[in-house]
Design a binder for this molecule. Sequence first.
Ligand code: SF4
Ligand code: SF4
Length: 305
Amino acid sequence: METSVPTKGIVFDIQRFSVHDGPGIRSLVFLKGCPLRCRWCSNPESQKKDKQIMFIDKNCIHCGKCVEVCPQNAISFNPTFSIDTSKCDLCGKCVDICYSKALNMTGELHSVAEVIKVLKKDNIHYRRSGGGITLSGGEPLFQSEFAKELLKECKAQGWHTAIETTAYTSKQTLAEVLPWLDLVLLDIKHTNKEKHVEYTGKSNERILENARFIGEFGVPIIIRVPVIPGFNNEISEIEEISRFAKSINGVKEVHLLPYHRLGENKYNYLEYEYRLKGIEPPEREDMRILKETVEKIGMQCKIGG
Ligand code: SF4
Ligand code: SF4
């Protein structure tokens, strides 16, 4: 499941100057690959661990240059644009020649040193604001060796480190990365196994067990709950998650992240099906009631990350 490349990883974005996903001003490093397929995922380009080409239909001027330049004859317009993935070797020539930016490569192989070089640009902001680095994805531990080496190097720079994780990984992987982490932002999506399987493609058993493991390790945890109408937005469901959160060592806060549809277009660009079509984000008042629900269980709660 995890790549065997020790010090290089496929990164699909580095976002600077974030004030979310941990304390202070942070840089977020997004790694590709995820074992889950959450229906609400707003970064579907993160799911596969390899590089991918996204086609943005509205930008295409039908110049045909991509077809001409492709050495593998992998591109056709019959009748709509498609890439034969059995032929494409991800050389990127079509992306480079597409001036209208209809074709975009997601993911680039980087060494730890290359990523650190980018992160160092904001060293002063991390120090002044008490910020640092957050690994995100995808599931950053899908490329566990790279994540570990990157975190080690961040600690060597003296930076605060955090990870946003599904915790769908092995205990051995967790034991290797936790010594290099100051904060774990842990997604708990549902306490019901069947519902978890239905909406994410995987059982929650390993996740719930790993939450306890992380708690026992002693790294502070913030539990994050994506609030998805029709999946987990009932009061009883949020109560269950809050009770679980309260039972874990080191958890003081629960963050409720309201569902949004910002990633929906990307499903078209990747020719994926968007399975939450027509679902509306929760109302502000509904979120307020859910926040109160968490607080009644005795946990601090915030709406948003
Ligand atoms: S090069 Fe870009 S704009 Fe031209 S046909 Fe290909 S995808 Fe469309
Ligand atoms: S990435 Fe290379 S092989 Fe793949 S479609 Fe583009 S030009 Fe062809």
